[in-house]
Each structure stands twice: as structure tokens, then as C-alpha cells.
Design a protein around this ligand. Structure first.
Ligand code: ATP
Ligand code: MG
Length: 870
């Protein structure tokens, strides 16, 4: 059974059981402070479990793209090393939101696996929760009894809290779970060792395929559990593991998709699969990682230096490193591999096909730059090894290994390999310590602690009225304290709110709430699990009061102008550059707007002028806003609204139309384009391969910007006595400056020449040396030139020269190599001591050294000391 068919059978099985099939949510999460990537099928449904929203469909089924490379679920180190963990994988799931519970969930799982997929019942084992005294949760006898109907009791295994109690995070919905494990070993092996003893023992052929989670508790901030008013079902089955079982394979990497990918890398590297463990791991890592990277990019998350982008970069680098180190590839191999991946998966995931060129280019650029980093790192290791050898030490300090790892992205085991080859060892303990210190630093930097909600008022849904109102009478329905990076604040939820929560690139509203003369400032508004939370530093004295809530109108109006301008800019870009231009990110705040888009070359100045003109023409036409709320998504598509990949859309959407610009958008906008006032692009540049960024301003800000520029110009004009042609005047002055600079250099040269003549005349014979001392008005560079010339002209030279120029002073010593040897002198050591007199420091080689100082009066003493030393 091919992957496609397995996926299809799952979804249609649950559809027949009354479930609605929903599409996978994006893998990259935007606007959630607690999570960067979807790491389980339940993530898109969090709001239903938390009770923040009510599910429209009580039974849902889907396949969800998941990524487990950071945070609570991080499988990165296992991936490729074992044969059944991936970074990115598909999780098939069926969901009940306050509808059916354990009985149906267990019965259907059994029916699907054994009857639809035809898995041999003798290969299956199940686990149930054994209970936990501390949490006060009893053994899950209910599940045991339901399972008993289908499977012999000796195949039901009890497992502890680590394995069979599922939690979303430190706090929140949780409950016992029941897992289904499959034994895919050969008959021979099954005869020899009882499969039951291998469940939950990390055996690669006795693995968990499906987890049925029974959500019935909420974990509170103090660690205690409370019963939820409604119970839910959350199940997750790894598609790749299921396919491995159904295709009769022994490893996830033997299923159709990965075999195609591995075949391509084998072709490129010349290493065969299935010969040696170390090369097999490398082949699996690469096959796995290319998929995770390609999907992240099409979801809108490019590799970068921070946050989610950095996680993606690390995955990419892990793959490149295995290719480089183990498979000896030193040219981009992931970029060509991404084409094979897209050919394989593009049909099921059209976003890959749409972003094909972007994916390939971004990957190639990242690969090239990492190859360079690897080279630099290797040079650096060579230097370190050389230095250690000179000092006679056979170990590389942990701090330096960590520096290589952290700054150059240089992996520990590669450093270890090179050290071994040079007969050296690494200080592993020191490295571990430095790594741990860094982890602790970043953990405390992102620490987040939330208290439980204090409920004041029961309210079904917090209504957003901010499209139509900037003020309202509100009540606080609940609040809680949050401590983030040591700063504490409160989150307030209202029964209704005019405050726009950060989203779609637009910043959250600011403003205040007021009661009885007390004003509490709202410094930001965000959305968390579908709740609009208003951030305040301190709680109002009486949280139960009825407040007047007021949005900062000026900031909101300017944000709206920039947001509408962003839409017009998007439209103008597509008109001027072509339809391949797609939005890749944006930021809209009261000050300016930033717009990232896919395009493969620099936008020329002429194009920028044209784009700006189109936007300003649209502004002058004062096209009114046509806003369609709650439009079915189909209708919006028919209107020609642009949909963006990586965005999560509901069944109904909001359409924002200004003439030909039609977008799906939840942001706030001006009533007519005229309100944007004026639009001005201030920069254009590249953010990543194939992604350009435009920054622009509108309204007052654009006006101020232009006025500033004009003022600068008129100031310059005034400096030139109001010349008729200011550009020509500036050019003239630059030219004359250049001329004078050249003359000055010539004068300096001549002077140095004269000084050199004088110096030569002052050389005296002393102890078999040609000795020279002097103080001259030249800088260190000029003195150096003169001294090296003299050394070429005069044999057995010993010269000590002070230099004094522009308030700074220098001391230089040059000694003929013969004298260095015969008299055992060292200019560097001499100067280090003599420099004290000029309050400076310096050093150098035995035959030449210089020092700089702050006390020219000390030059004479310094020279005397040098003389004494000789
Ligand atoms: P394991 O103990 O094998 O790591 P898990 O307990 O972390 O699994 P769950 O969080 O219960 O797994 O996820 C549900 C299902 O998703 C698993 O039964 C498995 O089939 C699949 N799965 C989990 N992690 C991965 C992964 N890294 N790669 C592929 N499939 C996975
Ligand atoms: Mg796991």
C-alpha cells in the first residue's frame, strides 16, 4: 500500500464515522509565545481543549505536518541514528471535542488497524496507564476493560506516567493515554523473544504506532490536576511508521518516499545504502532533513540566525555536515535533492510545487555558506592544534571546542576527529560545561511562568468589535499573572474588546481602560490560543468594575494607513515585477511598514519609482474600502483573493478590497486609500536568497521624511551661498579636496626624504654598530618606511627613533639581523620596557619593534633606556 493510499484510507475511515476531514495546519507557528512549530496533531486544536473556543465540528480527522526539533519534544539527535524517528513527520489523527470518549476511540482504532489495514492481531500490543498516586489518578481500568474485548489480556501492558500520561506542557489539558505498539520482526525472532518484553524498550522493530490520548484533566500552575468539564479524544499515528508496517519493511527509511531520496544521494555520493552503519546514518539524516527543510520554507520559515529560523538552519547544517564528513560531498547536494522530494510529494502538498524555485535557491545558498564556514572552522582548528603543540599540550580546551561549535557552527565530533588525527584529545567535560552554561543562559532568557486564570465572569466568547469601534464599555472576564524574562505583567480578557491583537504582521493596539478616575494603561494586545489578551503592568484596583476601554486612536490610524499601503504595495509589485511576487512576511506598525516577497533579483531604481508611483496614484484615486466579513472561503477565492501558504484560514474569511487589490486579511484598514496620504519607499534589499525586503512609510511619517530631506538640502545650499547648482558645487569641492590631498601626500613624502637624509648624517659608530638616535616629526608608518630603507643602505644598523606627530608619539627600534645574533638583542623586549616612559605599549620581533604612547615628553628617557640596554 503506497503512502498516498494509507493516508486516504485513514481519513475516509473516520469520515464514515461522522468526522469532518480538515486540512493540515501550517507546521510553522506564528504568534504563539509558547511554541515555534506544530509538534503534535493536537496543536491546532489547543483552543478547544483549553475551552477558549467551541468547536464547530465535534468530530474531526486530519493528517498534520509535525516537527519535533525543539522544546518539549525534540527528537533531533535520534533522527537517522535510529530508523523510526523523523524531524518532520505526518501525524494522522481523529478528534472528539466533548463528544465520544474511550470506548469508541479504542474500538475504532482496532477496527481500522486490523480490518481496514489488515494488520495481524498477533503483532499488536497495547498499553494503558497504571495510575499515579502523587497525582491522585487511578489505574485506567476503563480502557483496560474496553481493550479486553478486542485483544487477549496478556497483550495489555501497564505503563507509568512517563510513557502513558500525556501533557501539552507545564500546564494545561492532559490525561492518560493508551498506545498501540507493533512487532515487525521476523517470525524467527518472534519465536525466540516474546514481543511483549520489547514494548517501550526502544527496540527499532517493536515500536509505538498510535497514541490514543484521553484528555480529562487540566494541570494547574501549582502542579495539581483538576477535572475538565468535558472530556476529549486526541489521537496521533505516525504515517511513516504505519507505512513501514504495512509495506512489510523494517525501517521507516525503506518506505517508498525515502527510498527514492536515498537512491538520489547514493548516486551523487557514490556510497551505497545498507553497507556500513555510519554511511547509512548519514544517508538517512539527509533524506529526512531535506523534507523538513523544504516544508518549512514553503510554510514561510526561512533559515536565519534567530528563533524558528535558527532551528531550521541547524537542521540544514546537520544534514550538510553528515554529507561533508561521512559521505565526502563538498558541493551542494541538498538543493538538487529538494527537486526529487518535490517530484515525490508535490501532488499531496501543492505548496511545495508553488515554492519550488525558492526552496531550491534558499537551500543552495545556505549550503554554500555553510561549506565556507566548515572550511574556516578547519583552518581555525589547525591553528589551535599548532599552538597547543608548541606549548607541548596534548589536549584542546573545552572552551575552544565550544567556541568552534558556537561561533563557526562546528560540530563536536568533527573537531574530535581532526584532533584525533593530530594525536590530540578534546576536553569533553569543559565542552559540556560551556554548552550547559549556554543552555541555562538561553533558558533563563526565555523563561515564562504563567499563573492560573482567575475567572470573574462566565462568558462564552470574547467578541472583537475593533473593526467598527475604538471605544467600548467592557468587563474583565478573567485575568492572570505572567512572568516573562523576570518581568511580570497581567493578561486581561474582556467580554468584548475594541483592541486589535497583534496578527497578520500588524502590531497590537495600545490604549487604556478607565474606571472611577483610575486609568490602567494597556501596553500591548496579543492573541493566545484564540483569546485576545490585553497586557497591563498592574491590575486595576477593582477588577470587577465596568471599564471604559479606549484604543490609542493615533497609533491605530497610522498602523491602518501602513497596513492598507502594504496591500497596495503588494499589488504594485505584482504589476511591475510579475505574478511570481508573493508575500513572504510583513510588519506593520504606526511608524513604518516592512514587506518581504519572493523575487530573484534586485528591484532596480526605475522599478522602485514605478512601484511608488502606482501606489501613490491609487492613493490619489481614493478608492473606498470594500470589506467583506464572514465570506465563505470558496467565494473569496472566486473573487480572486490571494491566499498565502503557511497561513491558517477558517471556513469563512475576511476580504479586504481596494480596487484591484484583493486580499484575505484580518488587519485594520483605512476607509479609503486617500487616508494613506502619501507613500514613500525608503529601502530595498535582500533578506535571503530569493527574498527581497522593501521598507516604506506613509502619511505624516512620509511627509516628515521628505521635509527633513528638503531641509538638509537647503542647509547644504546655504553653505554654498545658495548656489544655483548644488550638485555641481559639491562636485567641485570634492575635486579640489582630492587635489589638495594628493599635494599633501607629496609634501609628506618629500619631508620624509629630507629627514632620512638628515638621519643618515647623524649615524655614529659605536661598539662596532652604526648607531642612530633621533626624535622626528613623523608618524609610526612613515618612520617604519624610513627605517627599513636605511637598513637596506647602512650595514650593522641600530636605530632607536622617537616620533611625534599630532599630539601622539611612537617609539621604533630597528636592529640589523647580524647584530641581533652577535649581541643577543631583542627589539621587541627592549621596546616593551622603554614604552613605559611614554605611557604606552608595544612589541615586535627581535629585529624590529614599535610602540605607541600618550606622553611625547617621555621620548628622551625612553631612548636613553634603550641606549643603556645595548
Ligand atoms: P516515541 O516514544 O516513539 O518517541 P512518542 O511517545 O514521542 O513516540 P507521541 O507523542 O505519542 O509519540 O506521538 C504519536 C505518534 O506519532 C507516535 O505513536 C508515532 O507513531 C508518531 N511519532 C512520534 N514521534 C515521531 C517521530 N519523531 N518521527 C516519526 N513519527 C513519530
Ligand atoms: Mg518521542
Amino acid at each position: 500500500m503506497k503512502l498516498e493510499e494509507i493516508r486516504h484510507k485513514f481519513l475516509s475511515f473516520f469520515e464514515e464515522k461522522g468526522h469532518t476531514i480538515v486540512p493540515s495546519a501550517p507546521m510553522v507557528i506564528k504568534n504563539d509565545p509558547t511554541l515555534m512549530f506544530t509538534n503534535a496533531g493536537m496543536v491546532p486544536f489547543k483552543e478547544f481543549f483549553l475551552g477558549n473556543a467551541i468547536a464547530k465540528d465535534k468530530r474531526v480527522t486530519d493528517t498534520q505536518k509535525c516537527l519535533r526539533v525543539s522544546g518539549k519534544h525534540n527528537d533531533l539527535d535520534e533522527v537517522g541514528v535510529d530508523t523510526y524517528h523523523h524531524t518532520m513527520f505526518e501525524m494522522l489523527g481523529n478528534w472528539s471535542f466533548g463528544d465520544y470518549f474511550k470506548k469508541e476511540s479504542i474500538a475504532w482504532a482496532w477496527e481500522l488497524l486490523t480490518e481496514v489495514y489488515g494488520i495481524d492481531k498477533n503483532d499488536l500490543y497495547v498499553t494503558i496507564f497504571e495510575g499515579d498516586e502523587k497525582d491522585g489518578v487511578p489505574r485506567d481500568t476503563e480502557s483496560y476493560d474496553f481493550w479486553k474485548k478486542w485483544i487477549p489480556e496478556d497483550r495489555i501492558i501497564e505503563a507509568n506516567k512517563d510513557d502513558n500520561f500525556w501533557e501539552m506542557g507545564e500546564m494545561g489539558p492532559c490525561g492518560p493515554c493508551s498506545e498501540i505498539h507493533i512487532d515487525i520482526r521476523s517470525d524467527e525472532e518472534k519465536k525466540n523473544v516474546d514481543g511483549k518484553t520489547l514494548v517501550n524498550q526502544d527496540h527499532p522493530q517493536v515500536v509505538e504506532v498510535w497514541n490514543l490520548v484521553f484528555i480529562q484533566f487540566n494541570r494547574k500552575a501549582d502542579g495539581s490536576l483538576e477535572k475538565l468539564p468535558e472530556t476529549h479524544i486526541d489521537t496521533g499515528m505516525g504515517l511513516e511508521r504505519l507505512a513501514m508496517a504495512l509495506q512489510g519493511k523494517q525501517s521507516n527509511y525503506d518506505i517508498d518516499l525515502f527510498q527514492t531520496l536515498i537512491a538520489q544521494i547514493v548516486k551523487q555520493s557514490g556510497f551505497e545504502y545498507g553497507k556500513t552503519e555510519s554511511t547509512d546514518i548519514a544517508l538517512r539524516v539527509i533524506a529526512d532533513h531535506v523534507r523538513a527543510i523544504a516544508f518549512s520554507i514553503s510554510d514561510g520559515q526561512l533559515p536565519s540566525n534567530t528563533g524558528a529560523g535558527y532551528v531550521i538552519r541547524r537542521i540544514l547544517r546537520r544534514a550538510v555536515r553528515y554529507g561533508y564528513q561521512t559521505l565526502k560531498m563538498n558541493e551542494p547536494f541538498l538543493a538538487p535533492l529538494s527537486k526529487v522530494l518535490i517530484a515525490e510529494m508535490g501532488e499531496a502538498f501543492p505548496e511545495l510545487v508553488d515554492n519550488k524555485t525558492l526552496i531550491e535557491n534558499v537551500i543552495r545558498e545556505e549550503e554554500m555558506s555553510f561549506f565556507k564556514t566548515l572550511e574556516q572552522g578547519i583552518k581555525r582548528i589547525e591553528i589551535i592544534i599548532e599552538n597547543q603543540k608548541e606549548e607541548g599540550i596534548k589536549e584542546i580546551p573545552g572552551a575552544q571546542v565550544f567556541e568552534l561549535y558556537d561561533t563557526f557552527g562546528f560540530p563536536f565530533d568533527l573537531t574530535a576527529l581532526m584532533a584525533r588525527e593530530a594525536g590530540m584529545t578534546l576536553d569533553q567535560a569543559g565542552f559540556d560545561k560551556a554548552l550547559q552554561a549556554q543552555k541555562d543562559r538561553s533558558r533563563s532568557a526565555t523563561s515564562l511562568k504563567t499563573d492560573d486564570w482567575t475567572e470573574l465572569l462566565v462568558d462564552e466568547k470574547e467578541e472583537f468589535i475593533g473593526y467598527d469601534h475604538l471605544e467600548a464599555d467592557v468587563k474583565i472576564t478573567r485575568y492572570r499573572k505572567v512572568v516573562q524574562n523576570k518581568k511580570s505583567f497581567y493578561q486581561l480578557v474582556f467580554n468584548l474588546t475594541p483592541f486589535y491583537p497583534e496578527g497578520g504582521g500588524q502590531v497590537g493596539d495600545k490604549g487604556y481602560i478607565e474606571f472611577d478616575g483610575e486609568k490602567v494603561s494597556i501596553f500591548d494586545t496579543k492573541k493566545e490560543n484564540n483569546l485576545i489578551v490585553h497586557l497591563v503592568k498592574d491590575l486595576p484596583k477593582n477588577p470587577n468594575a465596568s471599564f471604559k476601554a479606549v484604543v490609542n486612536t493615533e497609533k491605530r490610524t497610522l498602523s491602518a494607513a501602513n497596513h492598507s499601503a502594504t496591500h497596495l504595495l503588494h499589488h504594485a509589485l505584482r504589476t511591475v515585477l510579475g505574478d511570481h511576487v508573493v508575500q513572504k512576511g510583513s510588519l506593520v506598525n504606526p511608524e513604518y511598514l516592512r514587506f518581504d516577497f519572493a523575487h530573484f533579483s534586485k528591484v532596480s531604481d526605475e522599478e522602485l519609482i514605478q512601484i511608488e508611483q502606482i501606489v501613490n496614484d491609487l492613493i490619489r484615486q481614493n478608492t473606498p474600502l470594500n470589506e467583506l466579513r464572514n465570506t465563505p472561503i470558496k467565494e473569496a477565492q472566486e473573487l480572486g483573493a490571494m491566499m498565502l501558504f503557511g497561513e491558517k484560514y477558517g471556513d469563512t474569511v475576511r476580504v479586504i478590497q481596494f480596487g484591484d487589490s484583493i486580499e484575505l486579511c484580518g488587519g485594520t484598514h483605512v476607509p479609503g486609500t486617500g487616508n494613506i496620504g502619501w507613500f514613500k519607499i525608503i529601502s530595498e534589499g535582500s533578506v535571503a536568497s530569493g527574498i527581497r525586503r522593501i521598507e516604506a512609510i506613509s502619511n505624516h511619517t512620509a511627509e516628515k521624511y521628505i521635509n527633513n530631506k528638503l531641509e538638509q538640502l537647503s542647509n547644504v545650499n546655504a553653505l554654498f551661498k545658495n548656489t544655483k547648482n548644488v550638485v555641481q558645487s559639491v562636485e567641485e569641492i570634492l575635486e579640489s579636496n582630492n587635489r589638495m590631498q594628493k599635494q599633501l601626500e607629496q609634501i609628506e613624502k618629500d619631508r620624509a626624504k629630507n629627514i632620512k637624509g638628515d638621519l643618515k648624517n647623524n649615524i655614529v659608530e659605536k661598539d662596532g654598530m652604526n648607531f642612530l638616535e633621533a626624535i622626528v616629526p613623523l608618524d609610526g608608518g612613515a618612520i617604519k618606511d624610513v627605517l627599513f630603507q636605511l637598513k637596506g643602505e647602512v650595514a650593522n644598523l641600530f636605530a632607536v627613533i622617537g616620533g611625534e606627530k599630532d599630539g601622539k608619539c611612537t617609539l621604533s627600534i630597528i636592529i640589523d639581523e647580524e647584530i641581533v645574533k652577535s649581541k643577543d638583542l631583542h627589539a621587541g623586549n627592549m621596546i616593551r620596557s622603554a614604552a613605559k616612559h611614554i605611557q604606552g605599549g608595544g612589541g615586535g620581533q627581535p629585529f624590529f619593534a614599535t610602540a605607541g604612547g600618550k606622553k611625547p615628553e617621555g621620548l628622551k628617557d625612553a631612548i636613553s633606556e634603550v641606549k643603556e640596554m645595548v
